[in-house]
Design a protein around this ligand. Structure first.
Ligand SMILES: *Cc1c(COP(=O)(O)O)cnc(C)c1O
Length: 244
């Protein structure tokens, strides 16, 4: 993909975000665009930085360990790096030094490890808890499909969430989810609404604020914004198709 195309794509995505915000009376500044740069070279990221983007998402620790320091050394602004992929336990220690936000706290073990590492590094790490509200078996995240009609599932998760809130040096900012891929983006709407309801229920229960909802990808981010997303993770619509 040429840098001109990437620049045009970014303008297009930003316009689409503004239109979605207008439909539901939201201020576009309440939506953070995370450009998902996985599988794309550092040059593509430089183009996006030149176009004004500051948040980037990567999903593999190994790839990120090479790319993130390279990009950081090359640019005058320090991008905000979001970890958006499943973290294997033994790789957790490599996450802290390079990522600024971890969106994929998908089990208690990772929450505990990130807390321990954040203490060691003497930082407070912003994190999101990944909730699998759609019941898609291929996805990671706390199992929460049908939580509204399943009191024991809800109770177990709320208990775990309470434990995570107590872990030192983690700043739990909200929830993240992936909707199952579907040709019709409207299919994602109930999934996104469900995540928002879960967030609201947690806020009520613990009397806390959870400002962030990370939901929506290239195919469905306008709908995610209509349903309250504060973070959208957009890869293909900015950088083009990934080659594996
Ligand atoms: C790859 C990925 C995205 C971006 O997907 P696109 O369809 O390319 O926009 C968003 N979120 C997560 C967790 C991903 O792994």
């Amino acid at each position: 993909m040429t840098s001109t195309t990437i620049r045009d794509n970014i303008k297009q995505v930003q316009a689409t975000i503004a239109e979605a915000c207008a439909r539901v009376n939201r201020d576009p500044s309440t939506v953070t665009l995370v450009a998902v740069s996985k599988q794309h070279p550092a040059d593509a990221i430089y183009t996006a930085i030149d176009a004004g983007l500051t948040h980037f998402g990567e999903n593999r620790v190994g790839e990120a360990m090479e790319k993130i320091p390279e990009v950081n050394d090359h640019t005058s602004i320090k991008p905000v790096w979001h970890m958006i992929g499943h973290i294997q336990s033994r790789k957790t220690k490599n996450v802290l030094p390079i990522f600024d936000v971890v969106e994929t706290v998908d089990r208690m073990k990772i929450a505990r490890k990130l807390s321990e590492l954040a203490i060691e590094h003497n930082i407070t790490l912003p994190v999101l808890v990944e909730a699998n509200v759609s019941g898609d078996e291929a996805k990671y995240g706390f199992e929460l499909s049908g939580w509204q009609g399943n009191p024991s599932m809800k109770q177990q998760f709320f208990q775990q969430f309470g434990t995570m809130l107590e872990l030192p040096n983690l700043d739990i900012r909200g929830l993240m989810t992936l909707a199952p891929y579907a040709d019709d983006a409207e299919t994602s709407r109930p999934v996104f609404a469900d995540l928002r309801h879960l967030r609201d229920a947690l806020c009520d229960h613990f009397t806390i604020e959870l400002p962030d909802l990370s939901m929506g990808m290239s195919n469905d981010y306008p709908i995610a914004i209509e349903e309250g997303a504060t973070i959208v993770r957009v890869g293909t619509a900015i950088f083009g198709a990934r080659e594996y």
